[in-house]
Design a binder for this molecule. Structure first.
Ligand code: NAP
Length: 271
């Protein structure tokens, strides 16, 4: 029988992390469950990640991983769930049987958010911007939607080719018009729009039945989401995905299903 160690500390490893709303809703879930831990956002530069993970392993921390560390933590984990292996990216870790485990709850979080939005899943044609950990999670989720295909655009074409090569339903493209042409779902998996009103692309060329999912979230929503809504398109920012991936992570750490309502109320109060 495997022994999961109760976390001594719950952390978010990222760089930057100040924008993250995870401490708000994870804190609410912890209080509601009567767990005497805080959820701490730790700004860990890439050169300090190894040291943070060594502490996590020796001291029994658990937590989440965000930009830009998801692939690096995947490589550092001794054990992975199948879905983390498919994505080659880890957003959730914990100690079990003396080993650092990694999972990827972004995959199910993205899937749940797409369903909540009402986006077409079967036979969807997805334009995906970015080739990092979040984009990998989108590729894994879309691979479970019958007939779905992905056109992947990244600022470094070699990275788009690398990610696409792991998935038969994903094709790398090198220009935006090729990605957007005929798409039924646009997904922004870059950090563009996180800190300002810059958008990763113009939505005016999307067809009237296309949906837009921005994985970025910020107070007041992103310019991409506001622009898509102004055109009458179905659109959401990353807050529903954030909530869903966070609830699944909580289950991995504690073996408890947290209250999504309590987490959602805390998230909305903070936005
Ligand atoms: P990541 O692994 O660092 O990947 C980011 C991707 O975006 C890379 O392909 C990167 O290209 C590209 N990129 C970065 N800056 C760019 C720019 N100015 N122009 C064009 N491309 C750019 O990060 P990630 O973990 O995938 O996260 C990506 C975004 O999704 C973040 O904003 C994160 O907060 C969000 N996210 C949200 C959720 C949620 O639950 N809502 C979950 C996961 C991620 P290079 O490799 O060339 O740098």
């Amino acid at each position: 029988m495997s022994v999961k160690r109760a976390p001594t500390r719950l952390v978010l490893l990222g760089h930057p992390v100040r924008h993250s709303l995870s401490p708000v809703f994870q804190g609410a879930a912890l209080r509601a469950a009567g767990i005497p831990l805080a959820y701490e956002a730790l700004d860990v530069a890439p050169e300090a990640l190894g040291e943070a993970l060594a502490l996590a392993a020796t001291q029994g921390w658990a937590g989440n991983v965000t930009i830009p560390h998801k692939r690096a933590v995947f490589l550092a984990c001794a054990r992975h769930t199948d879905v983390a292996t498919q994505a080659c990216a880890v957003n959730t870790f914990w100690m079990e049987d003396g080993a650092l485990w990694g999972d990827n709850t972004d995959v199910a979080g993205f899937d749940a958010a797409a369903r909540a939005l009402g986006a077409r899943l079967v036979d969807s044609r997805i334009a995906l911007l970015g080739a990092g950990g979040a984009a990998a999670a989108v590729c894994v989720a879309a691979g479970r939607w019958p007939g779905a295909t992905v056109r992947l655009l990244a600022r470094r074409p070699d990275e788009a080719r690398r990610l696409a090569s792991a998935f038969p339903h994903v094709t790398p493209v090198t220009d935006l018009s090729a990605a957007l042409h005929g798409c039924t779902l646009l997904v922004n998996a870059t950090p563009i729009g996180l800190h300002d009103d810059v958008t990763p692309c113009d939505v005016s060329g999307l067809s009237a039945d296309a949906a837009v999912m921005d994985l970025v979230y910020r107070r007041g929503e992103t310019a991409l989401v506001r622009g898509a809504r102004a055109r009458g398109l179905l659109a959401c920012d990353g807050s529903e995905m954030l909530l869903r991936q966070g609830a699944l992570a909580f289950e991995r750490w504690f073996g408890l299903v947290p209250s999504l309502d309590i987490m959602r109320a805390a998230l909305h109060a903070a936005r």
